[in-house]
Ligand binder design. Structure first.
Ligand SMILES: [Zn+2]
Ligand SMILES: [Zn+2]
Length: 326
């Protein structure tokens, strides 16, 4: 009993009022720090999630190849990022959103157990299309990387080139008319823009966008990057309407009114249209002129700013759509 009393007394001396005050200060400091981290995370979670994801690695069990050509128009705010999965088990990425969305894109690819992208296309060098490229290039094995013949001086573009060089990725500068071989015999991809010998420079970099028509059976999708009226005119002048005709049209330049001219829209004659735009974006994309034109021809529009990520299933005879949100 006597010994126990001594021990108790000793413990009391350890938790002296001075120590309790110190602990109190330390505790408050920790709570403030925690709240600060929480505030930073809530304001902008992507960089923190990016770090967590990097620590966790990127390998997950692969998801079996789909029965249809699956096209995912990812919600990457104001930007473009489109994943295609083919029945032959190939994966292709067209554009990669702003750098801030790298973690989101990687989490999405992780969900399919994707560690290799058979083809990656950077439609044109604007950051809302290539911002996350450097991060993705250093993460995934890439079959071939396709880009248009127009350089840029931005940090995102230079980082992308550096990452390609460091990872020894095979790159290909493409011109229309041409094809892109993804290695799936059932899926054919044609390059419809930009045309060699055409001076797109005066019309702005958006018009340099690589435009692709991806076909599976009787179904197809036209991926237009940020191509605007000028590039659309060049395509119409150099291609037949049946080369442009597609089941689904990904609207050029986030649905801006300088793209999707009436002549181009009627040439493509899509059953449905899809647009990638950020909720409440500063540009007012998609523009009401574009929405009016789609309404005139009765073409339903799916928007990432309203529906989140959009999944299109082209099964060879028809197309069905699923959205992240209603
Ligand atoms: Zn854009
Ligand atoms: Zn652009």
């Amino acid at each position: 009993m006597g010994t126990q009393k001594t021990k108790k007394r000793k413990r009391r001396t350890v938790f002296s009022p001075l120590f309790e005050r110190k602990w109190g200060v330390l505790g408050t400091f920790c709570i403030v720090l925690l709240l600060l981290f929480l505030a930073i995370y809530l304001a902008n979670p992507e960089p923190i999630l990016n770090k967590i994801h990097a620590l966790a690695g990127v390998s997950a069990p692969p998801v079996p190849a789909p029965d249809a050509l699956e096209v995912y128009v990812l919600d990457v705010g104001q930007g473009d990022c489109i994943l295609l999965r083919t029945p032959g088990g190939k994966a292709m990425l067209v554009d990669a959103g702003e750098a801030i969305y790298a973690a989101r894109i990687k989490r999405f690819l992780y969900g399919f157990g994707i560690t290799r992208l058979d083809a990656v296309v950077a439609t044109h060098p604007h950051t809302d299309h290539i911002g996350s490229m450097a991060e993705l290039i250093s993460t995934y094995e890439i079959g071939t990387f396709y880009l248009p013949d127009t350089p840029h001086t931005t940090e995102s573009y230079l980082n992308m080139l550096e990452a390609l060089e460091q990872a020894h990725v095979r790159t290909k500068t493409v011109y229309a008319p041409g094809t892109l071989d993804l290695g799936d015999k059932d899926v054919s991809i044609r390059i419809l823009s930009p045309f060699e010998g055409v001076d797109y420079n005066a019309e702005g970099m958006n018009n340099w966008s690589i435009v692709l028509r991806v076909q599976y059976g009787e179904t197809s999708i036209l991926l237009t990057g940020d191509a605007e009226a000028y590039a659309e005119g060049v395509m119409r002048a150099n291609l037949k309407d049946q080369d442009l005709c597609a089941t689904v049209l990904k609207l050029g330049h986030h649905g801006g009114s300088t793209s999707s001219t009436e002549a181009f829209l009627t040439a493509v004659s899509p059953e449905i249209a899809v647009v990638s735009a950020g909720a409440g974006n500063d540009y007012g994309h998609p523009h009401r002129e574009t929405l009016a034109l789609l309404a005139k021809y009765g073409i339903p529009l799916y928007r990432t700013d309203e529906s989140g990520t959009i999944k299109l299933m082209l099964d060879g005879s028809g197309v069905s759509v699923e959205t992240e949100r209603e």
